[in-house]
Design a binder for this molecule. Structure first.
Ligand SMILES: [Fe+2]
Ligand SMILES: [Fe+2]
Length: 273
């Protein structure tokens, strides 16, 4: 297995199939960063892509947001949603294509569920901004794409072994590839020039105690475990919850809430991107 070990930085550099960042996401982030531009510019970006346009409108009109009025124009949708939520929809759709083609449908669905759970936890516990929590939740496992693309058969074996033996996936990845999805995901985040908080949370989401931003990171850790239904009752390390400074009193109710919201989101986002 020694020969199969990969230098993580080299793996990211070698990764030719993933563009630095989906183009529409780059443009959306530029609009958000520039205070001179506004909703109109964001609407222009979204209007170019018919799929983004229709899916945004259908999500805005769904029970996911629960607005009481019918919203038929993109401009109106953006005013009601606000720039950050609109940006997150663009990001979700841009990542959907990348995640389903180079990762798996399961990865895309898990990422969306974790994003929604992280957003809900952030709203409740006010640890970080809920819109940022959504992005971090969405991208926490992005490193899996690199391992899957490098060697899909070997990677599915690693995942199977981790599940069967109930070992942390990162440990198995380390022994198979000499690196893991947390390290690789953080490198992708750096390459995409995403904020430090994001890189940090991606790097430490399996072990938030090691993070220099433990409470943000612990929130993603909780969200990640909350939505994994193969863990029959969500279980969290007490030392990690202490970092977050919260008590999860009813994890099953939280799980149910997050998953029912996620199922509406995934339904509205389904179909060809
Ligand atoms: Fe993970
Ligand atoms: Fe995960």
């Amino acid at each position: 297995m020694e020969n199969d070990k990969i230098n993580p930085q080299q793996l990211v550099d070698e990764f030719k199939d993933i563009p630095p960042m989906p183009n529409v996401m780059v443009r959306a982030l530029e609009v958000i960063k520039n205070p001179q531009t506004g909703i109109k510019e964001l609407a222009n970006i979204m209007s170019v892509d018919q799929s983004i346009l229709t899916k945004t409108l259908s999500l805005v009109n769904s029970a996911y947001y629960g607005f009481h009025q019918q919203i038929t124009s993109l401009n109106k949708a953006l005013v009601i949603l606000g720039m950050m939520k609109a940006k997150n929809i663009i990001m979700s759709l841009a990542l959907k294509q990348m995640m389903t083609t180079q990762g798996s449908r399961e990865l895309w669905e898990h990422s969306a569920k974790c994003a929604i759970a992280a957003e809900m936890l952030a709203q409740e516990y006010k640890v970080i901004n809920p819109d940022d929590a959504f992005v971090i939740g969405f991208l926490h496992d992005v490193g899996k794409i690199l391992l899957n693309t490098k060697n899909p058969i070997k990677y599915s074996k690693a995942r199977y072994l981790a599940q069967q033996n109930q070992v942390d996936l990162c440990e198995v990845e380390d022994s198979f590839f000499g690196t893991n999805h947390c390290v690789l995901g953080a490198l992708v985040s750096k390459k995409w020039q995403l904020p430090v908080i994001l890189t940090n949370c991606i790097r430490c989401h399996h072990n938030p105690v090691q993070s220099s931003l433990p409470s943000a990171c612990a929130l993603v850790y909780v969200a990640d475990r909350l939505v994994q239904t193969r863990i029959p009752t969500p279980f969290f390390e007490q030392s990690i919850l202490d970092k977050l400074d919260i008590q999860i009193n009813d994890p099953m109710a939280l799980r149910e809430n997050a998953l029912s919201k996620a199922s509406i989101f995934l339904k509205e986002m389904s179909g060809t991107v």
